[in-house]
Ligand binder design. Structure first.
Ligand code: ZN
Length: 324
């Protein structure tokens, strides 16, 4: 099975009321964990690569490892550029076999966003094979590699903009801002309420009213959620119990993501949760076995935690299991 773009996968996801996980990857163990989990769940999967990941692993390694994952699993896998900030980066990825790219011009003016997105769409759609393009309207708070938006400077997507934006750009999917944010510290404790039963902090709910309005204006059109890690408190506890210092790490509750996955949202991005799972596995291993120094032992445990997490996401949050 060769790499696929997002077109058919999103059509099926939209009709089927589920979302496809877009997992960020930057090394062999993470790619293996994601694709082995997807294989065991019979789920399509998007492997996404940020500019930082390309720099860390080198583009050729990423490409070859993803090819190896396809050979190993025979799954429909999308290789997607996460947060392409300019035309050149998108073009380079398209020329090197990516089947999907994101052009993120969300920090620019509406007209500049349209012009740059349109330029990438023209190049991607005229490429053989057809490459799908994700665009973004509205801005998320938080930090993702080179994308830094201060909390308080984020803006929700304006539903009244989306029809014109999609019509004039020709993009294949649209990332929107409805209250998610990048990183493992999505909400400040003072923004949250306390669950009386568990004592855990509950962040303010996502703006489903905006999502519904957008979905109504763009019937059948795939919507994307960035910054959608849940920051599982069990993993945070494992990290902190084993020498870590993550204070007030708070994410988006999984019930809300499950609700989003059933709607027009066809792609949910997950990065921080993978990082937390990897770190939890490694910290726990090294703390338990201070005499170990073979990376296969502790990185292997990190990989096992990531795989467990991805299976949980596919089955309990995205609903993309048994959809092949
Ligand atoms: Zn993002």
């Amino acid at each position: 099975m060769p790499l696929v773009n997002t077109k058919e996968l999103f059509e099926k996801a939209y009709k089927g009321g589920y979302a496809i996980g877009a997992f960020n990857c930057n090394n062999m163990e993470i790619i293996q964990a994601i694709t082995e989990a997807a294989k065991e769940c019979n789920s399509p999967v998007i492997l996404q690569v940020s500019a930082g990941a390309r720099k860390y692993a080198k583009p050729v390694y990423i490409k070859k490892m993803v090819e190896a994952a396809i050979k190993d699993t025979d799954l429909p896998i999308v290789l997607h550029l996460d947060h392409g900030l300019d035309f050149e980066t998108c073009k380079e990825c398209i020329d090197n076999g990516f089947t999907s790219v994101m052009i993120d011009a969300s920090s620019k003016s509406f007209e500049e966003n349209i012009a740059l997105t349109r330029k990438v769409v023209e190049y991607a759609h005229n490429h053989d094979p057809y490459v799908t393009v994700e665009a973004e309207l509205g801005t998320l708070a938080g930090i993702e590699d080179d994308v830094v938006v201060e909390h308080g400077s984020e803006t929700y997507t304006r539903p009244e903009d989306v029809e014109e934006f999609v019509r004039r750009t020709g993009c294949d999917s649209l990332a929107i801002a409805i209250g998610t944010s990048h990183g493992a510290f999505k909400f400040k404790p003072e923004q949250c309420t306390v669950d009386p039963e568990t004592g855990l902090l509950v962040p303010p709910p996502l703006r489903f009213d905006i999502l519904e309005d957008i979905a109504k204006r763009l019937p059948g059109f795939p919507i994307v959620l960035h910054g959608a890690s849940s920051v599982n408190q069990d993993l945070v506890k494992i990290i902190n119990d084993n020498g870590g210092k993550l204070k007030d790490a708070i994410g988006v509750p999984e019930e809300q993501l499950r609700q989003a996955a059933r709607s027009a949202v066809c792609k949910i991005n997950i990065d921080s949760d993978l990082r937390l799972a990897m770190t939890a596995g490694i910290r726990q291993h090294l703390n338990k076995h201070p005499e170990h120094f073979d990376p296969r032992q502790y990185v292997g445990d990190g990989r096992a935690e990531v795989k467990k997490l991805v299976k949980h996401k596919i089955i309990e949050v995205l609903g993309s299991n048994d959809k092949l």
